[in-house]
Design a protein around this ligand. Structure first.
Ligand code: AMP
Length: 397
């Protein structure tokens, strides 16, 4: 897809840039406890500010559902942004109307102001054209740097993009380029590794992936549903027996699309779901009736790493086992480290994201070495499902 970036902005000194960012940071009282999301939007804020733009930040916080809920104010986030940015960030009590107008009026070139939670207005989530117009009234251009909110067609992500010249910010640009390189026009062969708890939450994702990738490794609890559909007795393992038809349909679609589905070759089973539980590695025809599969075994790890070696592009979502409780993190850690090594060696373009995946890769000390790790959650998953993201679509040049 074609979209404009900050490189297309010339002569921006003095212009009012409305910048949609993701500042939905975890808080403990008035204190920001994890600044990852703030750090991600700093490059765009800095670049615009240094070029003399008036940088007006738009963001949501929590789910106030159109009401002014005091605990969901962005006011305490402004000083946290200022601290990391290294310059003052003013705050306006509302994102539209007189308060916003006055705050913008008071700005000098290069200044940064944060406007109050866009979701304090019902028009935000309804994508009400009048609300979008009221937002747009304070800007000359619009920059979207919040990929994580791009799966929602809201006033500050979609409506406004149609009213002003619209650009992707640096983080949005990096995300779109990484995703494009993984599933848009990837270097083949492409491998997808999908794990996690359940098939039911990832049916659309699996169906989309089998039509796009050359190899699909299925691991984690969700692999049990596929194994059971193939007639394997998975004992007391997490398994959605009612989804056997779905699993068979996905395997048939993969066959038709020439996508190799790679299921586990063996299983690490325990009697209890707890760290340090007694466990054994067994063949698939020897899963004890009172046992639970909590990870894949050494034979499966060897298969997964061989597929990683065969791939030039990797898309990863979901752990291969119950990685939060040792030693059932073994396969996830081994595969993640292998992908990280191949990436560092320049042999692999590796893109990962969604839910627990970031935590799993961090746990394996692998995240830093991946080509791109998306922290976008829902938006990343919808992209893996092949859905059009309204906030991205609205940026199309
Ligand atoms: P998801 O959010 O769908 O990516 O699922 C992640 C969760 O799946 C993690 O909390 C893992 O502990 C869990 N998980 C992975 N493999 C298994 C398994 N074999 N049995 C039970 N839970 C699992």
């Amino acid at each position: 897809m074609a979209f404009k970036t900050l490189d297309d902005l010339t002569d921006i000194a003095g212009k009012r840039a409305l910048v949609r960012v993701d500042l939905n940071v975890p808080m403990d009282g008035d204190k920001v406890t994890d600044t990852t999301r703030i750090e991600r939007v700093l490059p765009t804020i800095r670049e615009l500010s240094e070029k003399g733009a008036k940088v007006i930040l738009l963001a949501h916080f929590g789910r106030p559902k159109g009401e002014r809920v005091a605990s969901m104010s962005l006011a305490p986030v402004a000083p946290a942004v200022a601290k990391l940015l290294g310059k003052p960030v003013a705050f306006a009590n509302d994102c539209i109307g007189q308060d916003a107008e006055d705050a913008v009026e008071a700005m000098a070139n290069g200044d940064v102001v944060l406007l109050e939670n866009t979701r304090y207005h019902k028009g935000e989530e309804k994508n009400d054209p009048d609300f979008a117009k009221a937002l747009a009234a304070n800007g000359d251009i619009y920059v979207n740097d919040a990929f994580s909110a791009a799966h929602r067609a809201h006033g500050s992500t979609e409506g406004i993009a149609k009213l002003l010249p619209a650009y992707a910010g640096r983080t949005m640009q990096a995300e779109l380029e990484a995703l494009g390189s993984a599933l848009g026009e990837p270097v083949r062969p492409v491998l997808a590794v999908v794990g996690g708890a359940k098939v039911s939450s990832k049916i659309d994702l699996l169906e989309n992936l089998v039509s796009k990738v050359d190899m699909l490794v299925i691991g984690g609890g969700m692999a049990n549903t596929f194994l059971a559909a193939k007639g394997i007795d998975v004992g007391k393992s997490l398994c959605e027996h009612d989804l056997a038809d779905t699993a068979n349909r996905i395997m048939a679609a993969a066959d038709a699309a020439n996508c190799e589905i790679v299921l586990p070759d063996d299983a690490v089973v325990a009697r209890e779901f707890k760290a340090g539980a007694d466990n054994e590695t067994v063949a698939l025809d020897a899963i004890p009736s009172d046992g639970m599969i909590l990870d894949v075994g050494a034979a499966s790890i060897a298969t997964v790493t061989s597929r990683i070696d065969a791939a030039k592009t990797l898309v990863w979502n979901g752990p291969l086992g119950a990685f939060e409780i040792a030693p059932f993190d073994k396969a996830t850690v081994a595969a993640a480290k292998h992908a990280a090594n191949n990436t560092r060696a320049g042999k692999l373009n590796s893109v990962a994201g969604g839910g627990d995946t970031v935590a799993a890769l961090n746990h394996a000390d692998a995240a830093e070495s991946f080509s791109y790790v998306s922290t976008a959650g829902g938006a990343f998953l919808e992209w893996l499902e092949g859905k059009e993201l309204p906030g991205v679509k609205a940026l199309e040049a």
